[in-house]
Design a protein around this ligand. Structure first.
Ligand code: HEM
Ligand code: CU
Length: 668
């Protein structure tokens, strides 16, 4: 009746996951009770669960990301504690290997798919329509489907904590380890379906961004008039559309192996080939890291130019560098398995293509440095993150070039050196980037700034914590310490691993500081209010409208002829034009499709697939498709916002701007 699901699927005799799952359940129940008690269900439904507003959807993405950052970090600190214990006398630690293996797999998957990706897509959702002068994304309903697919995937992976278990295979689940023979439990199935569901959401989001940018730009805005964050979003969307189908296909093939014994990725008599899996997963996996870093590059570009109060040095070079990286990132995947033994020529080819990527990346670093150089730099939290990024990311990039040398790679492959390298690019690159963007655009979304002092505190805890946590891993890696081990760690690695644990504790306080900053800012929101909509003396369109923007963003869509239009207008005294031709504005209505089909039904479907409850899976799939078809026949009426109302809101905003008497051309 219920497939493989029985009461014994709950890990009764494993106190740690059971307790963790219990805590999660309690938190969820507390949230549900609060909503019920304060009678907020109706409000939640109309304002959030069925919303099609790109700004609100962006907020949901970021809330998911921050919650998953906490979850992913909980895994990280558990691993660091285990390794510190297992390398200092007591060789056992507190985590059994089969549990530790699930933790590093879950940590990697959660951080990449459910922390970094949603954070980036959330920022894109909020910012891109504002930067290109649009009222919403191209496909608002699809956008709602995307976010709820992502949420469903996140919930699914967390269910594995208390119902069954998670994969013990690492975050890329190499076959044949991930095949039924070696991973008989549902762990890998949780992996497959949480990736499928959220991957679909990511692909839809990319299609949406792509069309929004190509078809929805304000009048006059040519491609080379687009701000860099929009450019990086465009390139990232292309990359997602190019490679996520590879992931989807690979997961389907792995599922065929596991559920129906296809033997596509096994080296047994079935005639399959495990190296096929490794090639496919990295043909997606390497571009994936650029999918995360390119938008971060876009964020840094906006911030560096805004806080240096200066046009970006080499705007076109930066754009071409992003485009170059987009294509080059498709040509390097084999550097993840030089040791496979493809031969000297193949390894040399992929080593060289990898090193080439350092060229456009270097171009970008110099562009940012030259933008700062000679600028009137104003320090604030976003800029501090950007400077921290410039310092640390260059180091991470250099160790990447080292790894690109096949000979070097042979000696450090699968060691902690690799772990240090990729965290060194992904934490100072992606995590610093999204936190910079979070501090930068928060006032636009909520109408008040985040607290500066706590912002600085957060930065220093992460900056120092990162160095303390990961520098020792380079040394341990040089000294030959393998990654993904948990027991009987050689005692000579003890000192490194204890220091790394201290670093992780500092990062723990860094995460606490993020939460404290948020609550302190909410408490002081009146003091931190952003009255003019332009808290940083911004350059691009999003700063020319109120914070938070009205649901339709722009009262009248401006004509654009350069990326830093708003800045130029402020210089020329033509910002905030009056006497606009107001018109009625039509906005999309709410939709339940995203939440019901994308969230609830896809979530239930993936859960039933994990447990092979076929009859239920068929029902959920059928209903979801049916709802989708019915919805597509619906006449999507729109809500009309009468022009009188638009005018009134806009004039009130302009009045406020005047009142605060902002001298044109920037304030000090
Ligand atoms: C915030 C502080 C973080 C700490 C302390 C941390 C710590 C760790 C540790 C201890 C491991 C296992 C290393 C081993 O195999 O020996 C690991 C693996 C990994 N981490 Fe992190 N991590 C952090 C953040 C991140 C972030 C932000 C990401 C990505 C966005 C990330 C992605 C990964 C991945 C992909 C793996 C590989 C998992 C595998 O072996 O399959 N980590 N991390
Ligand atoms: Cu790579």
């Amino acid at each position: 009746m219920f497939g493989n699901l029985t009461i014994d699927s709950i890990p009764w005799n494993e106190p740690i996951p059971l307790a963790a799952f219990g805590v999660i359940i309690l938190i969820v129940l507390a949230v549900l009770a609060t909503i019920t008690f304060t009678k907020r269900w109706g409000w939640l439904w109309t304002n959030w669960l069925t919303t099609t507003d790109h700004k609100k959807i962006g907020i949901i993405y970021i809330i998911v990301a921050i919650i998953m950052l906490i979850r992913g970090f909980a895994d990280a600190i558990m691993m660091r504690t285990q390794l510190a214990l297992a390398s200092t006398g007591d060789q056992v630690g507190y985590l059994p290997p089969e549990h530790y293996d699930q933790i590093f797999s879950a940590h990697g998957v959660i951080m990449i798919f459910f922390m970094a990706t949603p954070f980036i897509i959330g920022l894109m959702n909020i910012v891109v329509p504002l930067q290109v002068g649009k009222r919403d994304v191209a496909f608002p309903t699809l956008n709602a489907v995307s976010i709820w697919l992502t949420v469903a995937g996140a919930i699914l992976i967390n269910l594995s904590l208390g119902i069954g278990e998670f994969a013990r295979t690492g975050w890329v689940a190499y076959a044949p380890l991930s095949e039924k023979l070696y991973s008989p439990s549902v762990g890998v199935d949780y992996y497959i379906w949480s990736l499928q569901v959220s991957g679909l959401g990511t692909t839809f989001a990319a299609i949406n961004m792509f069309v929004t940018i190509l078809r929805g730009r304000a009048r006059g805005m040519k491609l080379f008039d687009m701000p860099l964050f929009t450019w990086s979003t465009l390139c990232t969307s292309v990359l997602i559309m190019a490679v996520f189908p590879i992931l989807t296909a690979t997961m389907i093939l792995l599922a065929l192996d596991r559920y129906l014994g296809f033997e596509i990725f096994t080296n047994t008599l079935g005639g399959g080939n495990q190296m096929m899996y490794v090639n496919l997963i990295w043909a997606w996996g390497h571009p994936e890291v650029y999918i995360l870093i390119l938008p971060a590059f876009g964020i840094y570009s906006e911030i560096v130019s805004t806080f240096s109060r200066k046009y970006l040095f080499g705007y076109k070079a930066l754009v071409w560098a992003i485009i170059a990286i987009l294509f080059m990132s498709l040509t390097v995947w084999l550097h993840h398995f030089f040791t496979m033994g493809a031969g000297v020529n193949v390894n040399a080819f992929f080593g060289i293509t990898t090193m080439f990527i350092a060229i456009p990346t270097g171009v970008k670093v110099f562009n940012w440095l030259f933008t700062i150089y000679g600028g009137r730099v104003k320090m604030d939290v976003p800029m501090l993150w950007a400077i921290g990024f410039l310092i640390l990311f260059v180091l991470g990039g250099m160790t990447g070039v080292m790894l690109a040398i096949p000979g070097v790679n042979y000696s450090v492959h699968n060691t902690e050196f690799v772990v240090a390298h990729f965290h060194n690019t992904i934490i100072p690159g992606v995590v610093f980037g999204v936190l910079a963007g979070y501090n930068f655009w928060f006032p636009k979304v909520f109408g008040f700034r985040l607290h500066k002092g706590w912002g600085y505190t957060t930065f220093w805890l992460w900056f120092i914590g990162f160095i303390v946590a990961f520098a020792p891993l380079y040394l341990a890696g040089f000294d030959g310490m393998p990654r993904r081990i948990s027991q009987n760690v050689d005692l000579r690695y003890g000192p490194y691993l204890v220091v790394a644990w201290v670093g992780a504790v500092l990062i723990f306080f860094g995460i606490v500081a993020i939460i404290v900053q948020l609550f302190v800012s909410i408490a002081q929101r009146h003091k931190l209010q952003d009255v003019t909509g332009d808290p940083w003396d911004g350059r691009t369109l999003e700063w020319s409208i109120a914070s938070p923007p009205p649901s339709y963003n722009f009262a009248v869509i401006p004509a654009v002829d350069e990326p830093d239009l708003f800045w130029k207008q402020k210089q020329e005294g033509t910002a905030y034009p009056e006497n606009k031709q107001y018109q009625d504005i039509y906005m999309p209505k709410n939709t339940a499709l995203g939440f019901v089909a994308g969230g609830v039904l896809a979530g239930l479907l993936s859960f039933t697939l994990v447990w092979s409850i076929w009859w239920l899976a068929i029902i959920f799939f059928g209903v979801a498709i049916l709802l989708w078809i019915i919805d597509s026949f619906k006449d999507h009426e729109e809500i009309c916002i009468p022009k009188e109302e638009v005018e009134k809101t806009d004039l009130a905003f302009l009045e406020k701007v005047k009142q605060f008497n902002m001298p044109q051309g920037g304030r000090e």
